[in-house]
Design a protein around this ligand. Structure first.
Ligand SMILES: Cc1ncc(COP(=O)(O)O)c(C=O)c1O
Length: 425
């Protein structure tokens, strides 16, 4: 018998001897760029690095405008505000996502409507969207979760039919493609995160993308205390848009990115397409290996996903085929075998410890009706529950950044746990 690492046996990969790829990635190009910013004294907004990154990211994503901001939470809030989402509006989002997707809807005084996800992609279920639409619905926020893509054809069809805004939460999807179109270029606005764990990072940061000039003008103002865009990050058409009949300013706060973050992003974006391609190839290969192991199932890759981008590599687990071994124990055993943390999905938002609107009545108790409407517990999310509590296995994207042999090790570790599951019973 091959003793499992969690029970003191030799691990499939000893990460101390054979470490995984490092994340984040940087070299002397970042060092030089950061020193350039330091020595320039231009550390704050609308600097040359920020403008360069916005231009490059817009080009890369295939949109007219990209506007950087402090993080991927405020970019969601800016997107909602730019679309005019606020009091009295409902916004439909998946129940399986990071809390920011819902918290920002609360922060603009709208009502988050949590709906269930598809079991094979973990992304929002278009049928559930349609069932949740009311006369108050103003927007849909699909999330392209981990390595999957929400079904954008269906979502855009529904949005068009009901005249709704679509804000793509692309915090996990920089560079992913649906039918040849990049994430963030399909809906009205795309919102991205550059937090450290993301596959394009500056430690913190975010960006919004759009093809719509009026939205771009508002987004630019929203990140910069409501100031009129200076013709730098969006081209200013003085005859149209936000400022034509409303004077010079717009109400907002400071959601700006720094020039240091932008300097790192300029360099990181140059590397990302190749990193994404390698992760995509390794992901395809690992999925082909998983397909031959009983009790685990690769995520569905829709044939319209022309390029995959990964925040996490995820797959589904079925304990009945592992002699009843719980998914929590399986994740622990896999962590021990491969020397990198293996986790489950986000908590469903109706049970999420970080999505608790009722802890802040001073901000969110607009009236009794609203208070009841924002109670996450009123939503039923059986598929999200099953995914989180029973099926999900997630590993950081850096495991896809090496070679085929690296991902073979993951498959071998899963097979080893399958063969020796009784050791853990
Ligand atoms: C799906 C999703 N949306 C939004 C965010 C928020 O991004 P940030 O951490 O940059 O604020 C995250 C961060 O993890 C996320 O995973």
């Amino acid at each position: 018998m091959n003793k499992l690492a969690i029970n003191g046996g030799a691990p499939q990969r000893d990460a101390k001897v054979n470490p995984w790829q490092k994340w984040p990635v940087w070299d002397e190009r970042e060092e030089k760029a950061l020193l350039e910013v330091l020595n320039s004294g231009v550390w704050s907004y609308n600097g040359p690095k920020e403008m360069e990154f916005n231009k490059n990211f817009a080009e890369y994503t295939g949109v007219k405008y990209a506007i950087s901001a402090a993080n991927g939470t405020v970019t969601l809030q800016m997107a909602l505000e730019a679309c005019g989402v606020g009091v009295g509006d409902e916004v439909i989002l998946p129940g399986l996502t990071w809390q920011a997707t819902a918290a920002t809807i609360l922060d603009v005084n709208a009502t988050p409507i949590l709906v269930d996800v598809c079991e094979d992609t973990w992304c929002i279920d278009p049928k559930a969207i349609e069932a949740a639409i009311t006369p108050r619905t103003k927007a849909i926020v699909p999330v392209h979760l981990y390595g999957s893509f929400a079904n954008m054809d269906e979502i855009m069809r529904i949005a068009k039919k009901h005249n709704l805004f679509v804000i793509e939460d692309c915090a996990h999807k920089h560079g992913g493609e649906w039918n040849g179109k990049k994430a963030g270029s399909i809906g009205d606005i795309g919102s991205f995160s550059f937090q450290l764990s993301k596959h394009l990072t500056a430690g913190e940061g975010g960006v919004v993308t759009t093809n719509n000039f009026e939205l771009a003008e508002k987004l630019d103002a929203l990140r910069n205390c409501g100031r009129r865009p200076e013709g730098l990050s969006v081209e200013v058409d003085k005859g149209a848009g936000l400022y034509s009949d409303q004077g010079n300013f717009y109400q907002s706060g400071n959601f700006r990115i720094t020039e240091f973050q932008a300097a790192i992003l300029v360099e990181a974006l140059k590397r990302m397409p190749e990193q994404n391609a390698n992760r995509d190839a390794n992901g395809i290969y690992l999925n082909s290996l998983l397909a031959n192991i009983p009790g685990v199932k690769p995520m569905k890759r829709d044939e319209r996903e022309t390029k995959e981008a990964y925040f996490n590599f995820a797959f589904r687990y079925f304990k009945d085929e592992f002699k009843g071994l719980s998914v929590a124990k399986f994740r622990e055993a896999l962590t021990a075998e491969i020397g990198i943390s293996v986790s489950g999905s986000y908590e469903p938002l109706n049970k999420c410890s970080l999505y608790v609107p009722h802890t802040k009545p001073s901000k969110h108790k607009l009236n009794d009706e609203y208070w009841a409407a924002i109670d996450p517990k009123r939503f039923d999310l059986p598929v999200c529950d099953r995914i989180h509590f029973e099926e999900s296995v997630c590993i950081h994207h850096k495991v896809l950044m090496g070679t085929k042999a690296d991902v073979e090790m993951i498959a071998a570790a899963i097979r080893k746990i399958y063969d020796n599951a009784e050791e853990l019973m």
